[in-house]
Design a protein around this ligand. Structure first.
Ligand SMILES: [Mg+2]
Length: 339
């Protein structure tokens, strides 16, 4: 349908023969492919890059194309780089070892994981009790780094015990020092852990934190579906009957921590990601520029569906720009530098 003069292309009127009042359907513009025509405007718009890792820089243990060289070239242009990831299973030291293996330049201060944000959040609250962690070693390492006591990062001792529900109250002891429950990815997630988490959360004042709510792990080349942290968070949230404070994307918490430490301006910052529901919505929530690469979770067909959708909440999933993968930035930067 051709828009009338003065009518925005994104606002298209649709008529239904059985309805006398016209229905207005709001569509959104598709993201722009980054190319020679817009690369200068793109580069001039930001000083700081927040890049996601899984699906942008690497898939599993493999670098995606020359993603590392693309980041190096952005650094050579004077751009600051931070690595932001919802994956709570690795501490920043573990990420550094992975960077070295994949020839990615980066320092510990530039790595911001959901487990690091969790530790910083508790530190900012002057939290001085113990955390019951339904989670992993990445979380316990980050809590150790800020001197916060914790327990729970191991299989629950009651797993495999055969008992009636009515007898559980006689074998489960709750630690009176616990003042927060933190849920992240836990490969030993179990009924006794849910029971303990919900019981602690029933105490007045007990904090409830979730590292992230990702539905699945982005593991490709497998017929298996790998449940993500979101499943475990939903489980505890259901029985606790209260929502957690979420550390990872699309929550704004991650940007609050980085911007406070490094004085970042939202209007001079871009987020690069592969997942429109987490990375791009995070960028929109924080007022950042956004770019998507199609080397991970979200594909172009999905973006086209969101652009055509009437629900304006779905439009938040549309990035400003996109590229097939991060290495496609390299020839554009070379062309621009030659001018
Ligand atoms: Mg990703």
């Amino acid at each position: 349908m051709v828009p009338r003069p003065g009518q925005p292309e994104s606002r298209i009127q649709t008529h239904h023969s059985s309805v006398s009042t016209p229905t207005w359907r709001r569509m959104a513009a598709l993201p722009k492919l980054l190319d020679k025509s817009n690369i200068k405007h793109f580069l001039d718009s930001f000083d700081t890059v927040l890049t996601d890792c899984d699906g942008v820089l690497w898939n599993g243990d493999y670098i995606i194309g020359q993603a590392n060289d693309a980041l190096n070239q952005l650094r050579a242009l004077g751009k600051k780089v931070f690595f932001i990831t919802n994956n709570s299973t690795k501490s920043r030291d573990t990420y550094l070892a992975k960077f070295e293996r994949l020839d990615i330049i980066g320092s510990k201060e530039e790595i911001v994981s959901s487990s690091y944000v969790m530790a910083q959040y508790l530190k900012q609250q002057n939290f001085n009790k113990k955390v019951y962690v339904v989670g992993n070693k990445g979380m316990s390492d980050e809590l150790d780094n800020v001197g916060i006591a914790h327990m729970g990062v191991e299989p629950d001792p009651l797993v495999g015990c055969v008992f009636d529900l009515k007898d559980i109250k006689d074998v489960v002891e709750l630690d009176p020092e616990v003042g927060a429950v933190a849920v992240g990815f836990d490969g030993t997630f179990s009924f006794p852990k849910i029971l303990r988490a919900a019981s602690y959360l029933n105490k007045p004042g007990c904090l409830f934190i979730a590292t992230n709510t990702d539905e699945r792990f982005p593991i490709q080349s497998s017929k298996l579906i790998f449940p993500g942290t979101g499943c475990m968070v939903r489980c505890v949230e259901t029985v606790a009957m209260r929502p957690p404070t979420i550390m990872g994307k699309p929550s704004k918490m991650m940007f609050s921590v980085i911007s406070e430490q490094h004085q970042l301006q939202p209007s001079r910052t871009i987020v690069i990601g592969d997942n429109c529901k987490t990375d791009i919505v995070f960028g929109k929530n924080c007022g950042l520029h956004t770019m998507m690469v199609l080397s991970g979770i979200t594909q172009m067909k999905e973006l086209e569906e969101y652009a055509a959708n009437q629900d304006e909440e779905k439009h938040k999933r549309l990035p400003d720009y996109y590229l097939p993968q991060l290495e496609d930035l390299i020839p554009l930067l070379n062309d621009e530098n030659c001018k």
